[in-house]
Structures are given as C-alpha cells and as structure tokens.
Design a protein around this ligand. Structure first.
Ligand code: NAD
Length: 330
C-alpha cells in the first residue's frame, strides 16, 4: 500500500512542486489537504481527486487522527507556524515532514522533536537536496575526502524577491529573518554536508539595506563565515536582491563546483577531473518516497528533526554574530 500524505498549507511550494511530485512517487500519494483557505478546496479536490473526508481546515485538523487514509502530514506554512502544526500532527499520531527552516527558534525545534518522540511518529525536514545526485556527490567528495581534506568552501544562495510588502517572507515574526532563513539555509546545508561535522565558530555581517522601506523587519542581505577545526573556512552570502546559487569546494588535490547548486532542476556540476554526469531527478518525489520508505520499514531518515534543529542553531548564531559584530562559538 502507498502511504497517504496530507499537504498542510497550499501555497506556492505545495501547488507548484509537492503536489506535482506526488504524482511521480511510488511509496506515497497525495491523499488529503489541510488549508485555511476554503476557496482553494474545490480546485484541489478536482485536480487531485481528493475525497471530502480527506479535506481539513486548520480548525478541524486535529480530527485527522481518526483518518486511516492519512499516514503523513507535510507542513508547508510560513516558518513560524511550523511548530504548531507539527505538534498537532504528532498528537494526531501522524508522521511528519516539515519544511525548512524547521522553525524560528531552537525551543520550537526541540518542542517539535519532543512531540514526535512522545507520540512515536517520525519527523523529517524537507531537505530535498539530500536526494539530488550532484549534491550527493559533493557529500561524498567532501566527507570521504576523495580529493584529500577540504581546504575551503564558498557558497551563495540569492534571488531577487518580488512579493507584496505584506508577504510573510518580509515579516520577521512569520519568517524569523530574511534571505538567510529562506535560502541562505541551503548554503549552511551545503557546507554541512560537504564537511560532515559541526563548525566551531561563526562571523557575520549584514549587507547594506538599499531598500529599507521594503525590507523593514528582515535583512536584505547577509554574509557569513563558518570556521571548522583545522582552519577550514566556508565563506557564504545570501541576498533578496541578487541572483546566485552555487556551492564550491576546494580540497588538497582537487576542487568541485555546483552552479546552479540548489534549484529544483537543471543543477550542474564540475570537478577538477571534469563535468559531473548525473540524470535529472524529481528531488521532492525522491525525498517523499524515501521518507515513506522509512516510515514503512521503521528506519531512521537521513534528514531528521535533529538536523533541522542543528541548522536553526547555526542560523541564529549567524544573526547573533551579525548583530554583535563578534565571533560566535557553536
Ligand atoms: P507561500 O506564501 O506561497 O505559501 C504559504 C502558505 O501558508 C499559503 O497557502 C498560506 O495561505 C498559508 N498560511 C497559513 N497561515 C498563514 C499566515 N498566518 N500567513 C501567511 N500565510 C499563511 O509560501 P511557500 O513558498 O509555499 O513556503 C511555505 C514553506 O515552504 C516555507 O516554510 C518555505 O520556507 C518552504 N519552502 C521550501 C522550499 C524547498 O525547496 N524546500 C521551497 C519553497 C518554500
């Protein structure tokens, strides 16, 4: 039997990526929806053949515990709301996938992990790039020291944001921060899966706000450095006012570059030995199939809540370093 997934939060990512990916999955399928927007229900029901009994509002959501069609709830709301919905899903005894960043505070992350443990359900974070071949190759090159020990890393993830001023992505309260929380997290992920270990210290600097009226409560851009034992430094930048998306690594005997590194498709890679040659995959389909497989076979996920918490801790350390202009230990 394919496991049933309910998408919670039917915004751009659910509509544009996750629901289409769920048409290509083998271990799971789109069984239900949970939404705060009644006007979206008809279209989703028709398009994906979802029965009325598998449609929930945020108010009726807790009743999902009585629905055997739903095995997994996938939380795809603004960042600061992840905690509430993950905890409620866990209390309904459903396994959970939560989008990145896991939450906006370490305390929230811990509460989510605890709720899933207490209710004996699995928790994973929507880190799709762990299932993408070019990025998987970087994990191997870095962690297995294929070209000798890593010497330095450079990463950037930026895009020119074009949302209404009232959008949650520009709200400190709902997003927890600006581009760092939204896409800079991919640089952190890239650095972490290149190194396979924790940094020891972080330095950071906010970029200039050229549009202070638009970026009222979140940063417009930020650059930061992650320092590792042995002197390895990762140099990173993330902005809402630029276009970039790369992950470079330099090791003793060779180098690698992914550019674009983090996109949904069209990822390209090269090493000092030549071009990478990997098939294009549906990252989200692979990610969800992997989690469904973990649930079915009671295996640990490669992208657990603990990894989400680790990254939120790093995100917040970067903000602290930028705010205080001091090196922050991890
Ligand atoms: P979006 O703005 O398109 O959608 C957000 C959804 O949340 C909407 O359906 C909205 O109605 C709903 N929502 C519920 N409560 C809300 C509130 N109080 N304020 C505003 N909206 C509310 O955003 P999105 O791009 O779909 O992002 C949703 C989540 O998915 C975020 O956590 C984001 O970081 C993550 N995301 C991940 C990826 C990825 O590649 N893994 C890509 C995009 C987004």
């Amino acid at each position: 039997r394919k496991l049933g997934i309910a998408l919670l939060g039917l915004g751009k990512y659910s509509e544009g990526q996750l629901a289409p990916a769920l048409q290509e999955t083998n271990n799971c399928y789109l069984a239900g929806i949970v939404t705060g927007s009644p006007d979206k229900v008809d279209k989703w029901k028709r398009k994906y053949d979802i029965p009325d009994k598998n449609v929930y509002s945020y108010e009726s959501f807790d009743q999902i515990k009585d629905n055997p069609d739903i095995d997994i709830v996938y939380v795809v709301t603004p960042n600061a709301l992840h905690r509430e919905f993950v905890v409620r899903a866990a209390q309904a005894k459903k396994h959970v996938i939560c989008e990145k960043p896991m939450a906006t505070t370490v305390e929230d992350c811990q509460a989510m992990i605890d709720a899933c443990k207490q209710n004996n359900v699995k928790l994973s974070i929507g880190y799709r790039l762990h299932f993408e071949p070019h990025n998987q190759r970087v994990m191997e090159l870095g962690q297995k020291e294929v070209f000798g020990p890593v010497k330095s890393i450079k990463a950037a993830d930026s895009f020119k944001i074009n949302v209404k001023p009232e959008d949650w992505r520009l709200s400190q309260k709902l997003a927890g921060g600006g581009p760092l929380m939204d896409v800079g997290i991919y640089c952190i992920q890239g650095v972490m899966y290149t190194m396979g270990k924790e940094p020891i210290a972080i330095t950071a600097k906010y970029g200039e706000k050229t549009r202070p009226d638009y970026f009222k409560t979140v940063e417009q851009s930020i650059s930061w450095q992650m320092q590792f034992e042995g002197g390895v430094i990762a140099d990173c930048v993330s902005s809402y006012n630029d276009e970039a998306g790369f992950l470079y690594g330099e090791a003793r005997d060779g180098w690698w570059r992914l550019d674009p590194a983090y996109s949904y498709s069209g990822i390209k890679g090269e090493t000092s030995q030549g071009k990478m040659d990997f098939e294009e995959v549906n990252q989200q389909a692979r990610q969800m199939d992997d989690f469904a497989n973990c649930v079915r076979n009671n295996k640990p996920t490669q992208v657990p809540g603990e990894m989400g918490l680790r990254d939120v801790r790093i995100l917040l350390a970067i903000y602290e370093a930028a705010r205080t202009n001091k090196k922050v230990g991890i």
